[in-house]
Design a protein around this ligand. Structure first.
Ligand SMILES: C=C(C(=O)O)c1ccccc1
Length: 364
């Protein structure tokens, strides 16, 4: 049997297989309180065959929200909503961790409490759009955070990590990828600060290091992972020297002893270019923990990536949208449902919980 379909230990978390469900924003949290509800219990429960489920990105505070209907992990209703999700996944023998998210400048005053400007390391607008009140809007110039606000943000991550524990998750992932707040601090295109959180690579990675200290204090290093996207330009983020910048980020992850690194390889939803593949391989070799590969993998690529030891597991996004039983289908080399991209974002059951299982397929 291919190694992809065998168990693996991710820090303190034992996984039954190495076919993981990647974090997927679906914009279906309940309007009004941004809490998960019964359709989320069904959706995640259906996908419990994955070795591990990463939840969709989940904001740590109202300030950390950037899009319509993304879920939070800061209120009682949200914690209760997520508890029903983790109970359903565990009842079916699955494992699930929550992705802790703060969008930073990828937001809009219309979605911020009191209509305030979104916050970021510097007052530099992303060349990006977000989806607010049912329409795409340009992200505005954010307000640069005061140095004195950083400890409060670290506390927001700590509290969210504690709430995730209350909600029954098996661990948490710190979202430091895809041009959101932590990535905005790391990459020099968005961070022009002249205090201890800007300038040198060490300074730009400081905020992530402090967040990891807080989250590891809550969970222990064996149940904390990090999502990175060194070469992804999504949300208008860039760095003048990603190899150097992310080599230092990896050194910090090694120093903190995080359980795993979850890498968005290359550009969003695009197979890697050769130079990106080589750069990712250098970063992967530098990291001392477990490595999860992600981004446009198909069955053959995933089998090979794990067989050669390049990755300990592979996370699938769009394939898991359309195939609740993806792990089983891949192991049996069965046909896959085609994802309907028109229902990726927003709505309710349609395109969310209504994809068929293999054994649902009418006899041919
Ligand atoms: C949370 C996201 C990410 O990490 O890229 C996201 C948000 C909106 C659309 C797609 C993806």
């Amino acid at each position: 049997k291919a190694k992809l379909f065998t168990p693996v230990q991710l820090g303190d978390i034992a996984l039954k297989n190495r076919v993981l469900m990647a974090p997927l924003t679906r914009n279906r949290a309940r309007s009004g309180d941004d809490a998960p509800y019964d359709i989320h219990v069904t959706y995640y429960g259906q996908r419990a065959g994955a070795g591990l489920i990463f939840t969709e990105a989940t904001q740590i505070s109202p300030q950390g929200k950037g899009y319509d209907n993304t879920p939070g992990i800061y209120s009682k209703a949200q914690i209760e909503g997520w508890k029903a999700v983790t109970d359903a996944v565990h009842a079916k023998g699955g494992k699930i961790i929550l992705q802790l998210w703060h969008v930073g400048r990828i937001s809009h005053p219309d979605i911020q409490e009191g209509g305030l400007d979104p916050v970021a390391p510097s007052a530099i607008a992303a060349q990006a759009q977000t989806f607010v009140n049912g329409t795409f809007v340009d992200t505005p110039t954010p307000r640069a955070l005061e140095t004195s606000e950083i400890p409060g943000l670290v506390e927001d991550f700590r509290r969210a990590a504690e709430n995730a524990k209350t909600a029954g998750f098996d661990g948490v992932e710190v979202h430091a990828a895809n041009g959101y707040l932590l990535d905005q601090f790391i990459r020099d295109g968005a961070n022009k600060r002249d205090d201890a959180y800007g300038g040198s690579v060490e300074n730009r990675v400081r905020f992530l290091a402090e967040v990891l200290d807080a989250v590891i204090d809550v969970w222990g290093r064996g149940r904390v992972g990090v999502r990175l996207s060194p070469f992804n330009g999504f949300n208008g983020i860039e760095d003048s020297d990603p190899d150097t910048t992310f080599a230092h980020v990896i050194d910090v992850l090694n120093e903190k002893g995080v359980a795993y690194l979850h890498m968005v390889e290359g550009q969003m939803a695009t197979p890697q270019a050769d130079k990106e593949r080589e750069a990712v391989a250098r970063l992967r070799a530098r990291f001392k923990g477990a490595y999860i590969a992600n981004n446009s993998y198909d069955r053959a690529m995933a089998i090979d990536e794990v067989e050669t030891g390049m990755a300990d597991a592979v996370a699938f996004g769009r394939s898991y949208i359309a195939n609740p039983d993806l792990a089983e289908r891949l192991e049996r080399n069965a046909p896959l449902n085609t994802p309907d991209h028109t229902t990726f974002y927003g709505g309710t059951e349609k395109g969310y919980t209504d994809y068929p299982f293999l054994n649902d397929t009418k006899a041919a």
